[in-house]
Design a protein around this ligand. Structure first.
Ligand SMILES: Nc1ncnc2c1ncn2[C@@H]1O[C@H](COP(=O)(O)OP(=O)(O)O)[C@@H](O)[C@H]1O
Ligand SMILES: [Mg+2]
Length: 371
């Protein structure tokens, strides 16, 4: 395992090996460590010893790597920038250097490493070589990246909700008010005048436009969600779907809704909205059932239909984000979501979220009044 017996007396590795490897039990301990690559470099940076962790993390056997320069572990761009040599120079000068960065395994794959290089000196202060401890941090890096992605997604979701609310408000406050003003102007016209018919037609047209505007604003963010709460908003949503589509929807709501803060109620509303949109778009169903039951600080939501179903074992199709977004919203609330479906067997979504969101987040989304 070690190169102690393979070194010549004038080899720079010799004093290092002899002086640092006298304690046999310590050597056995270091050699057995699997979670860390722990090895020695001679004063020139050539690998002098190798342990089980080094083999596991970097992929080389001791006989393949001992004697080779340690720059083989660095990516080409780091070698070009002189990073390996600079690391040794800094360690020799300061005693120790720590670094995080990409390193290369034998199979050329990259891993994110935390590396500590410690300079080793003899009693007279002569540099013997370096001890190098490398930890594979790739999993932790991925975890951090995942956390960042999740935070970013939460941020984007809430920015999107705010943006929707603000567009809905603009539609109401600006366009809506202008239309109302126009309507008032028109209605002052003398209805016996020659253009009375045109005026009446224009008034009717304005009413239609106001109706469309109201529908668009409500689609962006229904005012009932902010004014009357989640359960009333879901009721409104279901009525709206019933009215616009040939679909029987059974809705059951049980328990209290006071455990929902703005984020939770918006998320649950959007979940039901996306599920109903999917049923209308994909299911060819005749019936759908929605149940929301809040009990003992948990909310269980199920949405199912009797439609064509889908093969959900095939994974997500490119460009589809509805189910993915549902999962993300539920995860952000600390809940769990389950999709069940197979071709010909309908589609079922079951969500469970904890209701410990009693303290509001302080940023309620402003209410959008009806025109
Ligand atoms: N209720 C449903 N019935 C049948 N298939 C569904 C249903 N809901 C979702 N799906 C299937 O799951 C896919 C992914 O849904 P989604 O992520 O919402 O994306 P999108 O609606 O944009 O296609 C859909 O394309 C559809 O094939
Ligand atoms: Mg969808």
């Amino acid at each position: 395992m070690t190169n102690a017996s393979a070194t010549e007396p004038d080899d720079p590795r010799a004093p290092l090996s002899t002086s640092l490897q006298t304690d046999a039990s310590f050597r056995v301990l270091v050699e057995a460590v699997e979670d860390y690559a722990i090895f020695l470099l001679d004063a020139h940076g050539n690998v002098a010893t190798w342990n089980a962790g080094a083999k596991r993390i970097k992929g080389y056997d001791a006989r393949e790597i001992v004697g080779r320069h340690f720059s083989v572990f660095y990516p080409p761009e780091d070698i070009a920038a002189g990073k390996p040599q600079n690391g040794l120079a800094t360690a020799a000068q300061a005693g120790r250097v720590e670094d995080e960065g990409w390193r290369i395994r034998k199979d050329t794959s990259r891993f994110w490493a935390n590396v500590v290089i410690t300079a080793l000196h003899d009693a007279r202060g002569n540099l013997l070589g370096f001890a190098k401890v490398t930890r594979d941090m790739t999993d932790r890096l991925r975890l951090t990246e995942l956390q960042h992605a999740s935070e970013l997604s939460a941020h984007v979701q809430s920015a999107l909700e705010n943006e929707r609310a603000s567009i809905a408000r603009e539609l109401h406050d600006d366009l809506g008010q202008q239309l109302v003003a126009l309507k008032m102007q028109l209605s002052t016209l003398d209805t016996r005048a020659r253009d009375a018919h045109v005026a009446r037609q224009s008034l009717a047209q304005i009413d239609t436009i106001i109706g469309s505007l109201r529908r668009i604003a409500a689609g962006l963010r229904p005012p009932v969600l902010d004014d009357l709460g989640l359960f009333a908003a879901i009721d409104w949503l279901v009525c709206d779907f019933r009215r616009r589509h040939d679909l029987t929807i059974h809705l059951h709501i049980g328990g209290e809704e006071d455990g929902f803060d703005t984020t939770a109620s918006t998320s649950v509303f959007r979940l039901v909205q996306e599920a109903l949109t999917n049923i209308v778009r994909h299911a060819r169903a005749s019936e759908a059932r929605i149940a929301i039951v809040c009990a003992r600080s948990r909310c269980t939501l199920t949405i199912e239909d009797d439609g064509c179903g889908a093969d959900i074992t095939r994974g997500r199709a490119a460009g589809t984000f509805g189910l993915l977004g549902m999962g993300e919203r539920v995860r952000q609330l600390g809940g769990v979501i389950e999709f069940r479906s197979a071709p010909g067997e309908g589609f079922r979504i079951r969500v469970e979220i904890p209701l410990d969101h009693r303290a509001d987040d302080g940023h309620p989304i402003p209410s959008v009044p009806l025109i």
